[in-house]
Design a protein around this ligand. Structure first.
Ligand code: NAD
Ligand code: TYD
Length: 352
């Protein structure tokens, strides 16, 4: 069967990658989707159980840092485009051990760029879409929003590694003419998110009546977007975005951590048939994260105006569907947390 495009999606067994793969496989039967993932602690092929037998989908276990493995995948599948999501993605882990973040996020990205440049030499039209974060812009005070023109000012090892990868992507555009597109998105939430990030960690702890650790005073602000809307933004930018351009993606949806966790507690008290206030009594204020960025907030007007994209659900709708998914899929949580997860968290709090 011949395909219109043969797209390499990296990190497709992870949280956002699996939502993007599902969208692309279902919506574009004429595209072949090649999911390349190393299957770290954050990657889980069960995330894609529902589409794994589709004729236009295939999985390759490989490391983005390996030149040989990436070259082989490009050749075997005649890759026409790349959407790059594979990364180490958790700020707390980057504080514990930055080197892994440099390897995957910086070296791995440069390796992919290099292979794409070499394999696409003399060809027209191939797109390299790099998926990045708003954290590259640093930390906001109480006013203002991150715009595409905001100067980069990363502060955590995670955001520094993502900023570095963004710079390399632009360098390959300016130096070699690689057709790149970039997106910088705010915090995502939704189904299949590893329970180390705020929302799934809190949902899981509420279910098990475990303490809900709030870093510092809980007044840090994040701007939340439903993962399905992020996937649709990536699809839009990949097809319609201008080459060489960056697009900020977000939902104008700012919450302090403490307000968000209180809201979640109330919602889950209702869902679990608990007394109002029962889950909130589990909240514990713990030592703050080192270098904790105060506020992130995205100005998404460029993607809205130029590409006609906007979020499809309100935060309240998205969060309720997310809670429902986790309550129905306790097996998924048990599965992804069965390895070294508990040891990791016990050590993290003891080390602080
Ligand atoms: P995730 O941690 O859930 O998934 C990352 C995936 O990458 C995993 O499947 C993992 O196995 C894979 N991977 C890691 N190292 C690899 C390697 N060396 N080779 C091949 N595969 C490897 O991450 P996520 O939250 O889905 O984030 C995906 C991308 O989106 C990342 O680039 C992240 O920086 C970016 N992003 C995330 C958010 C968010 O809120 N989660 C927001 C904006 C941007
Ligand atoms: P996180 O989900 O790790 O995303 P990021 O750090 O990339 O924004 O954290 C979101 C916010 O929640 C951040 O301000 C840190 C805070 N947080 C807690 O207060 N407690 C927790 O247990 C976690 C994981 C995060």
């Amino acid at each position: 069967m011949s395909f219109d495009k043969r797209i390499l999606i990296t990190g497709g067994a992870g949280f956002i990658g699996s939502h993007l793969i599902r969208l692309m496989v279902e919506k574009y039967p004429k595209y072949k989707i090649v999911n390349l993932d190393k299957l770290t602690y954050a990657g889980n092929l069960n995330n894609l159980d529902d589409i794994q037998d589709r004729a236009n989908y295939t999985f390759v276990k490989a490391d983005i840092c390996s030149p040989e493995e990436i070259k082989t995948v490009f050749k075997e599948h005649d890759i026409s485009d790349v959407i790059h999501l594979a990364a180490e993605s958790h700020v707390d882990r980057s504080i514990e051990g930055p080197m892994e973040f440099v390897m995957t996020n910086v070296v791995g990205t440069v390796n992919l760029l290099q292979q794409a440049k070499d394999q696409w030499e003399g060809k027209e039209g191939n797109v390299f879409h790099h998926v990045s974060t708003d954290e590259v812009y640093g930390s906001l005070g109480s006013e203002g929003l991150f715009e595409e023109t905001t100067a980069y000012d990363p502060r955590s090892p995670y955001s520094a590694s993502k900023a570095s990868s963004d710079h390399f992507v632009r360098a390959f555009y300016h130096t070699y003419g690689l057709k790149v597109k970039l997106s910088n998105c705010s915090n995502n939430y939704g189904s299949h998110q590893f329970p180390e990030k705020l929302i799934p960690l809190m949902i899981n702890n509420i279910v098990h009546k475990k303490p809900l650790p709030i870093y510092g005073k809980g007044d840090n602000i994040r701007d939340w977007l439903w993962v399905v809307d992020h996937a649709s933004a990536i699809e839009t930018i990949f097809h319609k975005g201008a080459v060489g351009e960056s697009y900020n993606v977000g939902g104008l949806n700012e919450w302090t951590n403490i307000d968000l966790v209180n809201y979640l507690c109330k919602l889950m008290d209702k869902k679990l048939g608990r007394k109002d206030g029962e889950s909130a009594s589990l909240i514990e204020f713990v030592t703050d994260r080192a270098g904790h960025d105060m506020r992130y907030a995205i100005d998404a007007s460029k993607i809205e105006k130029e590409l006609n994209w906007k979020p499809s659900v309100t935060f309240e709708e998205g969060l309720e569907s997310t809670v429902d998914w986790y309550l129905k899929n306790q097996k998924w949580i048990d599965n992804v947390t069965s390895g070294d997860y508990l040891d990791y968290y016990t050590n993290m709090y003891e080390d602080r």
